[in-house]
Write a protein of this length. Structure first.
Length: 576
């Protein structure tokens, strides 16, 4: 255990953790989205607020009133008027391992009637892979097995984070503006400050952090001390400080999983836990009727079980085989260190760039001025590249990477490449940009900025970068162009700009054209029609010989016009 005197040493974020946290807070919910959604919400237009935050609405209030009565519809409408979809998106669970995207196949329960499961307001995350469109869907009704696969199946080999239901009906501060200020207290804070932060949101000096155990009379110091012990490696001490009993038995894995005993303390040490929060969060869920036992998916083999018994909380390990479907999952917002507190504590993001409702909750003593939220993209600057033993400066201008080489030099490089030779320097950088290959570090950062904005549906940022001269012929690591990426964006202002410069039949790494990807990733029918009208081929197959007709049969019920045209014009194509 690492100690400084009697004080536990605060853990510093690893560079990859800090980078991921910074990118999530920079790209996931851009400032324009917060401003548009807030303007529509304040105007009473909850549907417009959802549209601004890339949240699709899958129900109609008139239908709710017809099925459940006016009283239920009015109560639902009251919740919807106070729903901040941009705040919900801000707090939605994110994939780990360096990504910033939403975890697929999650259900976030916002409100529920314990006596009638048909009256459940919930949000579903995308049903695509983590690199797909980042749209959310707001629903009212029974949570179906299609929304939450653990309802009717036991698949322990599924990814740790997929197919999880999060009970946010006890966590309205994550989406309801009437409760947004409760974030500070739910992080372990009090009326003055959040853990590890001063009242103005700046990091609390290490010398003012607790150096001994604190009781609940000082809830902030109590929360800080438990976290400090956990971060210093004293896991059992951290849980003891939080008043939680730990069963150290662990779990013995089957031989086909590698065998051996997985120790409880080792698993707990690797989770970004806030131990002092656990008992209160489990109590809230139990009082809402969700049960007395919950589990945290720790890894692909084991989960952490939290169980209320005898007026206290106990923790133990269990295998995922025993847990899938056996008890509810504890929402990650209820057990992990709050990402925004971590961002401020470690200086990863300034408070001014947090969501306005979040920054006001975590920095109550500061009077913020100006718009809040992440800023838009910086204008790409020139980049120095090592080329032929010299340093050359290249920069985007007028939709191309401009470099200090005349056309004759470039033609010679291209001829060398055509003959099987290798090129480097400026020419290699240009090809890397257009083919999804390796790039010099600074230029790669500019590509990552653009592609991150694309994936998070930040159309204004993408347009701004194109206006700044960035080459639209970029490809990502999967070989996809901006035409392939249109399902993730507001395609109408982009398509006319891309069609003159990009190939409609360009193939990605799986052999799919933009039209194939749009159909496969459930892009809107209007976009499908626009690509077909622009001349996209409809008889294409990918590298696995999967045709558009087969994809439509698998995944789409809204593309009858395209299915008919394929059958009429290409009868040789079989849908199986």
């Amino acid at each position: 255990m690492t100690m400084i005197g009697t004080r536990a040493a605060p853990r510093a974020l690893r560079p990859d953790e800090a980078s991921r946290l910074r990118r999530i807070r920079r790209y996931a919910v851009p400032r324009w989205m917060i401003e548009r959604a807030t303007e529509r919400r304040l105007a009473g237009d909850w549907r417009g607020a959802c549209a601004a935050a890339n949240v699709d609405v899958a129900f109609d209030l008139a239908d709710v009133a017809g099925e459940h009565g006016r009283e239920v519809a009015d109560a639902l409408e009251d919740d919807l008027r106070h729903l901040a979809p941009d705040l919900l998106r801000w707090h939605a669970p994110r994939v780990g391992r360096g990504r910033t995207t939403l975890v697929p196949d999650q259900v976030l329960v916002l409100s529920a009637d314990p006596d009638d499961p048909r009256r459940t307001l919930h949000v579903t995350t995308p049903r695509q892979l983590v690199h797909g469109p980042q749209r959310l869907t707001l629903r009212f009704g029974v949570i179906s097995a299609d929304d939450w696969l653990y309802l009717n199946t036991d698949l322990p080999y599924l990814s740790v984070w997929h197919n999880v239901l999060h009970q946010w009906d006890t966590a309205r501060h994550l989406w309801d503006v009437r409760h947004a200020d409760e974030l500070r207290e739910r992080c372990g804070g009090d009326g003055t400050r959040a853990p590890f932060l001063e009242p103005d949101g700046t990091p609390r000096p290490s010398g003012l952090l607790p150096s001994a155990a604190y009781g609940r009379d000082d809830p902030v110091a109590h929360a800080e001390w438990a976290v400090l012990l956990h971060e210093a490696g004293d896991v059992l001490g951290a849980f003891a400080a939080a008043g939680i009993a730990v069963d150290e038995t662990g779990v013995e894995l089957e031989e086909y999983l590698g065998g051996g005993v997985v120790e409880t303390a080792g698993v707990l040490a690797r989770l970004p836990l806030a131990p002092a929060r656990l008992a209160d969060e489990v109590r809230r869920l139990a009082e809402r009727g969700h049960g007395d036992a919950y589990w945290i998916p720790a890894n692909q083999h084991v989960g952490v079980v939290l169980r209320r018994a005898g007026g206290g909380l106990g923790v133990e390990l269990a295998s995922r085989d025993d847990l899938a479907g056996a008890m509810p999952v504890l929402p990650d917002a209820a057990w992990r260190m709050a990402p925004d507190v971590e961002a401020l504590r470690h200086g990863v993001v300034p408070a001014e760039e947090l969501h306005p409702l979040v920054r006001d909750a975590l920095a109550p003593a500061r009077a913020f001025t100006g718009p809040g939220g992440p800023p838009g993209p910086d204008r790409p600057g020139p980049v120095r590249i090592r080329c032929r033993g010299e340093w050359h400066e290249v920069a985007f201008r007028d939709g191309a990477l401009r470099m200090p080489h005349d056309e004759g030099e470039r033609r010679r490089e291209q001829a060398l490449l055509a003959l099987g030779g290798a090129v480097g320097g400026c020419e290699a950088a240009d090809r890397g940009w257009r083919e999804g290959g390796r790039l010099p570090k600074a230029l790669d950062a500019q590509r990552r900025e653009l592609l991150a904005r694309v994936q998070h549906g930040d159309t204004p940022a993408v347009l701004a970068l194109l206006d700044a001269g960035v080459d639209p012929r970029v490809r990502d690591a999967r070989g996809r162009t901006l035409l392939h990426a249109l399902p993730m964006l507001d395609w109408e202002p982009l398509l006319p700009r891309l069609l003159p410069v990009l190939d409609l039949e360009a193939r990605d790494g799986c052999g799919r054209t933009p039209l194939h990807v749009v159909v496969f990733e459930e892009g809107p029918p209007e976009l499908v029609r626009a690509l077909v009208d622009a001349g996209a081929r409809i008889d294409v197959q990918d590298e696995d010989e999967i045709s558009l007709l087969r994809v439509i049969g698998w995944r789409r019920s809204d593309l009858g016009f395209l299915e008919k045209r394929i059958r009429d014009e290409h009868p040789e194509i079989d849908d199986w």
